[in-house]
Design a protein around this ligand. Structure first.
Ligand code: GLY
Ligand code: MN
Ligand code: MN
Length: 527
């Protein structure tokens, strides 16, 4: 019997987000939707690696957040209001899934199918994707159809009801046009709500938008409004814009704002998984500190971190691992990790385990031989003090920029004191990136990027990077340091979730003296 639902043909961990969690998140979306609207979410595409090998599938985080479904070729529909089917049954959401297929399942693994999605994910109304291609949802009857605009990075796999077919059907049913431009809709909306007495000013503002965007420049109505010589003409165009707007029931802003708001703050259930991802990653850093020696390659160091992740059951890395020895650390997202020996340099290691969807993002920079040189330590300590200032600034109500402002101030002042820069503005040369981002299902997670709220998780990650040939004393060249921790914002102040990874220069040197189980893991030499 092949189709065993809930059987143990494929044992899985049991600590995934619960069906209740996803249901409650969908309910939250529903309450934030405008009246008579519908939100449409598509699963991530399958991406081809080469020939008949695809990249490991990863669900779209919003889709995962709202469904728990981890397969491709699926659509989720959330209605703001109850709908009634032909048999009089009321429903306010539908999930379309991949249909079960014994041949595909023999090669690729079990599919949940309709029954599995009902039993395990708790949906009431589930159909195969095929039904979406034929279904009778009349998208034109809603005031707003909100969805994330298409990236056009999916391909026609030839499969029945694959993502390509699903999106094509949606576009046809909504009269979506390929040159849809959400800014255009915003500007039309702006014109529609303009008081004619103020329309000359609005036309001036619109003119600036048109200058920056060729697509908008070609739009007849926008152009006419900007060029109109008097209020009478503008009133006429306003009328035409209002008529035109009626065919624009689709929207990409409503859904964006809703998902940013929801995903910014984490529920207790999410925090269990996110904390686990962060702690696993911190343990990875700790174990690597013990195992590190100058003969290791960047690739091997990466492997030790990732082994620890797998040992704890983390499925993936949340983003490509970054392990840069010496000046390689100056490349902010260095993922080549190919240096054969790290030697006596500092090694910058920016990695994060992904555990059941939630990703960590932790960076430590350590001396490969176990001891910081004087110059390495001087730079390290500046970054440490900058990070401390940033963490202290991560409090409820502070602006999202607060940790960055605090960290930048420390770095500028201390780099000036060492004579590496001459004025504050030059600090950007050596600290060229932001200090914080939200963390969650995405490493650079969704959020409003406004004042801090309780139960949000951010990174605080200042750095100083001094490439060879920099305009300062040569003794600093090739030093690159980033320290990154994952901070939970609470009413009682910031909590460092990655504190298990030693962070001060002294603590790092101390841990690096400890033996590692890998000291005894010696493999045969190969020719
Ligand atoms: N690892 C990417 C970042 O730190 O933002
Ligand atoms: Mn980061
Ligand atoms: Mn990072």
């Amino acid at each position: 019997m092949l189709f065993v639902i809930g059987g143990n043909a494929q044992d899985r961990p049991t600590d995934f987000l619960s069906a209740d969690f996803h249901k409650q998140r969908r309910e939250a979306v529903r309450t934030m939707l405008p009246a008579n609207s519908v939100a449409v979410f598509f699963a991530n595409p399958v991406r081809n690696r080469s020939n008949d090998v695809d990249y490991v599938y990863h669900q779209d985080p919003d889709f995962y957040y709202l469904t728990g479904y981890r397969e491709p070729n699926a659509v989720l529909i959330i209605f703001s209001d109850f709908q009634k089917d032909a048999a009089g049954k009321m429903y306010n959401e539908i999930l379309y899934v991949q249909e079960r297929n014994s041949n595909a399942e023999q090669w690729e693994g079990k599919r949940l199918g309709i029954v599995g999605a009902k039993e395990q994910l708790g949906f009431e109304m589930v159909f195969n994707g095929e039904a979406f291609l034929m279904n009778t949802i009349d998208f034109k009857s809603f005031d707003v159809v909100t969805f994330f605009d298409f990236k056009d990075d999916y391909r026609d796999t030839g499969g029945r009801a694959d993502l390509f077919d699903l999106i094509r059907t949606f576009k046809i049913k909504t009269d979506y046009f390929s040159n849809y431009n959400s800014t255009k809709k915003e500007l039309y909306t702006m014109i529609k709500s303009t008081d004619i007495a103020n329309s000359a000013n609005v036309a001036q503002v619109l003119g600036r938008y048109l200058n920056d965007d060729d697509d908008l420049k070609r739009d007849e109505l926008l152009n006419a409004f900007v060029k109109a010589k008097n209020d009478g003409l503008r009133a006429e165009i306003k009328e035409r814009v209002s008529v035109e707007l009626k065919s624009y029931n689709f929207d990409t802003n409503v859904i964006t704002e809703i998902m940013n708001k929801l995903r910014e703050t984490k529920t207790p259930e999410e925090m269990v998984l996110l904390k686990k991802a962060v702690e696993i990653s911190a343990v990875g850093q700790l174990e690597v500190m013990k195992a590190m020696h100058p003969n290791m390659s960047e690739t091997e160091i990466q492997g030790v971190h990732e082994y620890v992740y797998k040992k704890y059951g983390a499925e993936y890395e949340g983003y490509p691992s970054i392990v840069g020895g010496g000046a390689n650390g100056c490349i902010l997202h260095y993922i080549e990790n190919s240096k054969p020996k790290v030697g006596n340099d500092l090694v910058l290691m920016d990695l994060g385990a992904e555990y059941h969807g939630y990703t960590a993002d932790v960076t430590r920079t350590i001396p490969a031989n176990g001891t910081f040189t004087k110059e390495q330590r001087q730079i390290y300590d500046i970054v440490y003090r900058a990070q401390e200032a940033g963490i202290q600034a991560s409090v409820v109500g502070a602006s999202f920029q607060a940790p960055g402002d605090a960290a930048k101030k420390v770095i500028a002042k201390e780099l000036m004191a060492l004579g590496i820069i001459n004025n504050e503005a030059e600090a950007r040369t050596y600290f060229p990136h932001g200090t914080s981002h939200y963390l969650g299902l995405d490493v650079h997670d969704k959020g409003t990027y406004t004042a801090f709220k309780p139960n949000t998780v951010i990174t605080v990650e200042p750095g100083i990077y001094i490439p060879e040939g920099s305009n300062c004393d040569e003794k600093w060249w090739g030093i690159a340091v980033r320290i990154e921790d994952d901070i939970l914002i609470t009413e009682n102040g910031p909590v460092n979730l990655s504190a298990m990874a030693p962070r001060t220069a002294d603590a790092i040197e101390k841990v690096m003296k400890q033996p590692s189980p890998l000291d005894k893991f010696v493999l045969p030499k190969l020719d």
